[in-house]
Design a protein. Structure first.
Length: 180
């Protein structure tokens, strides 16, 4: 029952953001929409920041991580290349097609390094699995993804639709592939 209520809170928060076109949705708005008290939300999330992290994480996994499909019949490096390419393109697609949720990610997540790390854990796990690092701190995976920040961080979003996007990705890949 608690998970069901938590999921309803997350879905309602995302729906209100989409309906209002504003990432400044209040906890009172969410509670009112669900017929809950403001305090009831705090049973599931310690504060508004925790709620936005959860909303962003659910969105990130659904719209980016879960859309990545790669072949397992190729080498680890080729799998990593293909996964990173799919990741940066999923992020670009999310920016181009879902600007409201992308803005929420930017406002509440990408400006908070600890929250960003938490949301990116699923990406780190994917890289760790591909490379078979078995590193439960995800240190290597985090560094690999950090190298590609120009293709993933919203500060660079205005460059994602430039015609040399693919070429720039491949130049960066070629710089690091032998060091992985």
């Amino acid at each position: 029952m608690a998970q069901n209520t938590r999921d309803k809170i997350l879905n309602t928060a995302e729906k209100l953001i989409m309906d209002t076109g504003n990432s400044e949705v209040t906890l009172d708005q969410i509670a009112s929409e669900l017929g809950l008290s403001h305090a009831a939300i705090y049973k599931h999330f310690r504060n508004k920041q925790a709620l936005w992290e959860a909303v962003a994480s659910v969105w990130f996994n659904r719209e980016i991580i879960n859309k990545i499909k790669i072949s397992s019949s190729i080498s680890q490096k080729e799998q990593l290349h293909d996964w990173l390419w799919a990741f940066v393109n999923a992020k670009k697609t999310a920016f181009n097609t879902d600007s409201k949720m992308f803005a929420l990610n930017t406002e509440y997540i990408d400006n908070n390094p600890s929250a960003l790390h938490n949301v990116l854990i699923s990406a780190y796990k994917e890289i760790d699995s591909i490379m078979n690092y078995q590193d439960f701190t995800f240190e290597k995976s985090e560094m690999i993804l950090a190298v590609f920040s120009i293709f993933t961080l919203p500060n660079f979003k205005d460059t994602w639709n430039e015609p040399d996007y693919n070429k720039r990705f491949e130049v960066l890949w070629n710089l690091i592939k032998d060091g992985i």
